[in-house]
Write a protein that binds this ligand. Structure first.
Ligand code: DO4
Ligand code: MG
Length: 285
C-alpha cells in the first residue's frame, strides 16, 4: 500500500492512496489534505484499508502529476552508513579520511540537514549540479518517513545530490556540497506497510543516462546499511523536535567510479524494489 501527493486533472493538490501503482484514490475527498497529518494516524494501515473501501474518487496514475510526498517535513540525511560510502569518502580526501573512518564505527551517526520542504525537487523536475563544482554525483537512498513522534510511518526514495570535490576539499564545506538549489529529490511513493526486516530485502538501483545511453548503473541492497532504522531515527529526534515529522535519507551504498561526473541533461533513475522509481533530469544551478 502506497501514499503520494498529486495534482488532479483540475491542478488541485491531493493526497493519494494506491494499491497497484496504476490507480490512485483521492483521500482529499475525506478531508485529508495534508500528508504529514495523515502520517500521524495511529494504526495507519488499517485506517487506510478502511478509507480505500469508501468509494473515494479515483484517477489513473497516468492522468495525474505525482508530486514530492512532502508538505511540511524537513529533510535530513544520514551519511557513511554503508562500507562503500566510507571507502569512497576516504579515497576522495586525505584530509578528512580519518573522520569518515571514525564515524562509520562510532555510536553517534553522521546526520546533516538536507532540505526545507518547499525546496524538495519533485519527480520529473530538474535536480541540480553546482556551477562551481567539478565532480557531481547522485546518491540514491532509502528515505525513512517519520511522524512527529519519530515513528517510521513509511519509506520513500531520496536523491542526496552531492558535489564530491567540494566535500573532499574540506569537511567544513559539507553544507555547500550537500545543500544547495535543487540538491534533494524525494518521492513519488511512500510504502506504508513494510517492516524493517522486509525493507532490508529491497534493492536500490541507479541508472544515469546521457543522450539515451546508460553511462553508469549500479545496485546495492538495503540490508547493507550498518545501522538500524530506529537507531537513525532516535539520533535525529534526540534533543530536537519535528512537529510535522521529518524525512531521513539513510545514506548511499552506490558510488559511481571516480572518473564519473554528472552533466546537464543527464537523467537519473533510482529504483527501490519495494517502493518504485524516482526519475529526474539534471540541470546546472
Ligand atoms: O559526509 C559525507 C556524506 C555522506 C553521505 O551523504 C552518504 O554516505 O550518503
Ligand atoms: Mg548521502
Amino acid at each position: 500500500m502506497k501514499l503520494c501527493r498529486f495534482l488532479n486533472p483540475k491542478k488541485q493538490v491531493c493526497v493519494g492512496l494506491s494499491r497497484d501503482d496504476t490507480t490512485v484514490f483521492d483521500l482529499s475527498a475525506e478531508g485529508i489534505d495534508r500528508l504529514s497529518s495523515l502520517l500521524e494516524f495511529e494504526g495507519l494501515v488499517s485506517q487506510l484499508t478502511r478509507l480505500s473501501g469508501q468509494g473515494l474518487p479515483q484517477y489513473r496514475v497516468a492522468e495525474v502529476t505525482l508530486l514530492a510526498p512532502v508538505d511540511q517535513q524537513e529533510v535530513w540525511a544520514a551519511g557513511v552508513t554503508y562500507l562503500r560510502s566510507k571507502k569512497a569518502r576516504m579515497e576522495e580526501s586525505d584530509f578528512s579520511a580519518s573522520a569518515y573512518d571514525r564515524v562509520y564505527d562510532a555510536v553517534r551517526p553522521e546526520i546533516f540537514f538536507k532540505s526545507l520542504p518547499e525546496k524538495v525537487v519533485a519527480p520529473g523536475d530538474g535536480v541540480g549540479i553546482r556551477r562551481d563544482a567539478r565532480w557531481n554525483v547522485p546518491e540514491p537512498e532509502l528515505a525513512l518517513v517519520l511522524n512527529s513522534r519519530g515513528h517510521i510511518a513509511g519509506y520513500t526514495i531520496g536523491n542526496d545530490m552531492s558535489s564530491r570535490d567540494i566535500e573532499g576539499e574540506n569537511l567544513l564545506y559539507l553544507p555547500q556540497a550537500k545543500t544547495y538549489l535543487r540538491s534533494c529529490a524525494v518521492g513519488p511513493w511512500i510504502t506504508v506497510n513494510a517492516s524493517e526486516a522486509e525493507a532490508r530485502q529491497w534493492t536500490i538501483g541507479v541508472a544515469i543516462r546521457r543522450a539515451g545511453k546508460v553511462e553508469f548503473s549500479g545496485e546495492t541492497s538495503v540490508g547493507q546499511i550498518k545501522r538500524t532504522f530506529p537507531e537513525l531515527a532516535e539520533f535525529l529526534f534526540r534533543c530536537q523536535s519535528f512537529p510535522h515529522g521529518a524525512i531521513l535519507l539513510t545514506g548511499t551504498g552506490v558510488v559511481p567510479p571516480d572518473g564519473f561526473t554528472l552533466q546537464p541533461a543527464d537523467v537519473v533513475t533510482i529504483n527501490i524494489s519495494g517502493i518504485g522509481t524516482l526519475e529526474n533530469p539534471v540541470v546546472q544551478v
